[in-house]
Structures are given as C-alpha cells and as structure tokens.
Design a protein around this ligand. Structure first.
Ligand code: NAD
Length: 295
C-alpha cells in the first residue's frame, strides 16, 4: 500500500480519496475548503496546513482540481509542489485541463526527475463513488505502469492514450461528445413532452432504440425520470455547467490550434455558455434541459 497525498476534494476528488482509503492506502488530504478536508479526516485521512506540508513524505501525489490555472498554481513556480518533492515521486494529475498545460507540468516535473502523468477521468460523480471511473492517461509507459495499481483503487478501466497530454486530448474529445449528447437528449425529450409523451416512457423507448446513449442510460436530464441523478435533486452536485463550459472551451481552442472543424462542438459550447450566462453555472450540466423545457 502506498503513502498518497490527495489535493482537491470536490465532487470528484472526495469520493476518489475515500476509495483510496478503503483500498488500504495511507492518505493525506488537502483542499482550500475546510469542511471538505474534515469529511475525509473523519474517514481516516490525515491532513496538513498546506498542499506542500501535506505532500511531505508522500510516494505519490494526486490532484483533482477545477482547471489549468489551479493545476499550475499547485505545481509550478517557486512555491509550487514540484520544487519541493523528492526525486522519483509519482505525480498524477486527474483534473481536466489543456494538453499544453499538462505538457508544461510534465516538462517541469521531468526537469526535477519526477514521474508525471496526466490521468483525467470519465464516469461522473457516480463512477467516482462506485470506484468505476475510466482513467485516460498520458505519459511514459513506465510511469503509467507505476500509477496503474493506484488508479485501480478508484477506477475500472485504465487506458494509456499515448505521450504526455494525450490523456487530456482524449478526455476533451469525450466531453465534447458528451455535451452534444446531453443537449441532443434534452432536445429530443422536450420535443416528445411537447407532444404529450411521458418523458420516462420516451426515455425507455430511446434507450432500446438507435438514440440510446450514456445520458439516457445513466444520467437522464428530465427531473424524476431516474433516481439518484442530479436532475432528480434540482441539478445539485454532479458535473457543473461551469466545468463543462471550460471543457468545451478546451475543445474549441484545440480545434483552432489544429485547424479542425467542430460544428456540433461549437454549437454545444454556445448552448452551455448561454445557459451558464443565465445564472446556471453552479448547476449540474444536465440542467441544459432547462433551455428546452419551461418549468
Ligand atoms: P469541484 O469544483 O467540485 O472540486 C474542485 C476542488 O478543488 C474544490 O474542493 C476546491 O476547493 C479545490 N481546490 C481548488 N484550488 C485548490 C488549491 N489550490 N489547493 C487545494 N484545493 C483546491 O470540481 P470536480 O467536479 O471535483 O472536478 C474536478 C476536475 O475533474 C475538473 O477538472 C473537472 O472538469 C473534472 N471532472 C469532473 C467530473 C464531474 O462529474 N464532476 C467528471 C469528470 C472530470
């Protein structure tokens, strides 16, 4: 069992750290939110006054932070973690950030003989709680093999997508498709409801038909159709609209840099940005349904 420091205990990070404890690892946690830290300490984690202090003596660091600027703040610069860690420490960033940022952190880590991989995840809060996340890793094979047994404590499918940044590229592609599917699912359910169909019945029909997809199967956006999903608790918790908007921005920037055409992704970005601008940024992303359905 490893001595692990986990930084970033939000909707995803808290259940992930909790699963590492259950797997028998020695886990030290840090977050800017004191209640988030206290919840993990109550489960058996240790803590410290800062990320740097929490990282002392760790064999492995895992971060699960909102965006690239938080990852840069935690790792880079004179006061960043990379300058304090002993050589050989395994560093895993599971946040969804730009591939370029992941590569910059990887380069800074390599300069200090630290083993870094980007390992963003898919599977949502449900997957984080159940320990069934998909990890999509980018980095050297040896580092991936070192990280795999630790990631298996939090996930079911552990992929090596390619070199540094490749995990983030795959994750950005996945989330762009997810945004398109969630908006399309909402649109179809709202059209059916306008025609008097029961959204629960329509959902079952589409699940068994060619329109079936992840949003319908495990994350239905229509309130009351599925138990335990954000739509059935007023879109609280889950994956925030602000984070989906960030990911669609990453896809858009990446497409511009690579001269790729992403018409559906661009439309999805605009829909989620519009929704965020209407004061819904802190709701789960399945609340995009509200653009189509008047309450
Ligand atoms: P969140 O906003 O719920 O949690 C982020 C946590 O990081 C917060 O607790 C915050 O206090 C903490 N934090 C921020 N800056 C910090 C710092 N400098 N030091 C220590 N702690 C700091 O976000 P989340 O939903 O857990 O998502 C985390 C990442 O995972 C994001 O990049 C997101 O895009 C990605 N992701 C989320 C989901 C999901 O369903 N929520 C699914 C897959 C991937």
């Amino acid at each position: 069992m490893a001595k692990i420091t986990f930084i970033g205990l939000g909707n995803m990070g808290a259940p992930m750290a909790s699963n590492l404890l259950k797997a028998g690892h020695d886990v030290t946690v840090f977050d800017l939110s004191q209640p988030a830290v206290e919840a993990l300490v109550a489960e058996g984690a240790s803590t410290a006054d800062s990320g740097k202090a929490a990282a002392e003596g760790a064999e492995c660091i895992i971060t699960m932070l909102p965006a690239g600027k938080h990852v840069e703040a935690v790792y880079l610069g004179e006061d960043g973690l990379l300058s304090a860690l002993p050589e050989g420490t395994l560093v895993i960033d599971s946040s969804t950030i730009a591939p370029e940022t992941a590569r910059a952190v990887a380069e800074a880590a390599a300069a200090r003989n630290l083993a870094f991989i980007d390992a963003p995840v898919s599977g949502g809060v449900g997957g984080a709680k159940a320990g069934t996340l998909t990890f999509i890793c980018g980095g050297e094979e040896g580092t991936f093999n070192r990280a795999k047994p630790i990631l298996e404590g939090m996930g079911k499918n552990i992929f090596h997508a390619g070199p540094h940044g490749a995990g983030q590229v795959a994750k950005i592609c996945n989330n762009m498709m997810l945004a398109i599917l969630m908006a399309g699912t909402s649109e179809a359910l709202a059209l059916g409801a306008k025609n008097g169909l029961d959204p629960a019945v329509l959902s079952e029909i589409m699940k068994q038909s060619s329109g079936g997809n992840w949003a319908l199967n495990v994350y239905n956006p229509w309130p009351g159709v599925m138990e335990g999903v954000p739509a059935s608790r007023d879109y609280q918790g889950g994956f925030l609209v602000n984070l989906m908007t960030k990911d669609l921005g990453l896809a858009f920037d990446n497409a511009v840099k690579n001269q790729a055409s992403i018409p559906m992704g661009s439309l999805a970005r605009n829909l989620f940005q519009l929704h965020a601008g209407q004061g819904n940024g802190e709701l789960d992303f399945s609340s995009i349904l509200r653009l189509y359905k008047a309450d």
